[in-house]
Design a protein around this ligand. Structure first.
Ligand SMILES: [Zn+2]
Length: 425
């Protein structure tokens, strides 16, 4: 008997999920769509069934189908990391140590350190060095359960070096199981050599960098904040990007109430990221524009100012929340979305349910993949994790260890138990 609405032949079948987190409230209990004793079936990399194992339709697994027995453990959608700066050379461990001694982030930036240091290191690296460094981070992200990852350029800040960063991402996308979402961030900073000619840099960005980089990117982003770009400079960059077909994202209101959140809403950006400063009118504007708030709790935690994004304001306004690692050499060097879920709860004020939703369905929306990734529902990508634990609560509760026991991307085991030797980027 074939079940109406389901493909009769599947090439992926997971059974034995003690707790299945679908992130689709229509498929189960509560906002996470929880199902007890769950199963997932997929064909061609897409979910065809997610629900109670007892309700599994009569599907015929194809010869050679992937079978996963979750053994009573929890199963969640693969993480979507909505914000990373994956492509960079060198590190800033000493600057991190200085910050622990009390030197401020903006102080380091003003002294020629900070992003400027990484720009110098990135420009000096060979293509192979840059790609190897980024590939290593991508492999770490996958091993920790990230199956879709947004990644920005932004440490090149010349036509050649910005394009080179996006080319690295394109090559990684071709060889890694992780879906890489490329963002052009030539407006990360006005580089040192243009300090006296800010408009000259923006002219270069608009007339030379964007034409060279836009074909390799999906989104355009700008760092709109104190010490970086002003609101009007950021507007110019996002509007120029839009003319090249790139949707907008914005680093907004991280270091101060600088007006970035309002700009992101006014321009209909897909996301506004950081938002450590965000008042009620700004939150309402983001909600009305459908702009997702990407919270980066690793960064706010490590900046050690005691400030986190005002979750109660965002929640009250009905803003969709997402999480990202902000993986970067300066303010948060981590590829682990598991850590971000934990920090979002213990530092950021989210409930575990909000944090898991933000790391999956919310983050998918923040990278233009709402409904297609970040949930286990018919039609979505079959990206999932078998956790080394009985509940999604372990992600907030069981700290500092890798809970991604099995990582499945597109219906194939990509990392963890049962993955082929040498799998990964
Ligand atoms: Zn960032």
């Amino acid at each position: 008997m074939s079940h109406p609405g389901y493909s009769a032949t599947v090439d992926f079948l997971l059974t034995g999920a003690g707790q299945l987190v679908t992130c689709d409230p229509e498929l189960g209990e509560g906002p996470l769509g929880l199902v007890e004793h769950g199963a997932v079936a997929a064909a061609g990399g897409r979910v065809v069934y997610a629900g109670p194992q007892a309700g599994l339709p009569d599907l015929e697994p194809a010869a050679g189908a992937v079978r996963v027995d979750a053994g009573g453990r929890a199963v969640v959608p693969g993480f979507v990391d909505a914000h990373t700066h994956l492509v960079f050379a060198g590190d800033r461990a000493e600057e991190f140590a200085a910050r622990l001694r009390g030197v401020g982030y903006e102080e380091a930036l003003a002294a020629g350190g900070g992003i400027n240091r990484t720009v110098r290191d990135t420009r000096a690296a060979t293509d192979a060095e840059l790609e190897a460094a980024a590939a290593g981070r991508l492999a770490t992200a996958l091993a920790h359960g990230t199956t879709t990852l947004e990644a920005k350029s932004g440490y090149g800040l010349t036509v050649t070096d910005e394009r080179r960063s996006l080319e690295v991402l394109a090559r990684l996308a071709g060889r890694s199981p992780v879906e890489v979402v490329p963002t052009f961030l030539g407006a990360h900073l006005i580089p040192e050599e243009f300090a006296a000619d800010r408009d000259g840099y923006l002219d270069l960005l608009e007339h030379e960098m964007l034409p060279a980089c836009a074909p390799l990117a999906e989104f355009v982003d700008a760092f709109c904040d104190r010490g970086a770009l002003t609101v009007s400079e950021s507007r110019r960059v996002l509007e120029a990007g839009a003319r090249h077909g790139l949707r907008g994202k914005l680093h907004a209101n991280e270091l101060g109430a600088t007006g970035g959140a309002s700009l992101a809403a006014a321009l209909g950006c897909v996301s506004a990221d950081h938002l450590l400063f965000c008042d009620e009118p700004e939150a309402r504007a983001l909600a009305a524009a459908g702009t997702v708030a990407v919270l980066l709790p690793g960064t706010s935690f490590l900046l050690r100012t005691g400030r986190a994004a005002p979750v109660q304001v965002l929640r009250a306004a009905g803003v969709t929340m997402a999480l990202g690692t902000d993986c970067n050499p300066g303010t948060c060097y981590s590829e682990s979305m598991q850590l971000m879920v934990a920090l979002a709860c213990v530092h950021g004020g989210l409930t575990p349910e909000e944090a898991v939703l933000a790391a999956t369905d919310g983050a998918a929306r923040a990278v233009g993949r709402g409904g297609r990734a970040g949930r286990l529902a018919p039609g979505a990508a079959c990206d999932l994790l078998v956790l080394a634990g009985r509940s999604y609560l372990d992600l907030a509760y069981h700290l500092g260890v890798n809970l991604a026991a099995v990582v499945v991307k597109g219906g194939t085991v990509a990392a963890g138990e049962g993955s082929p030797p040498g799998a990964g980027p």
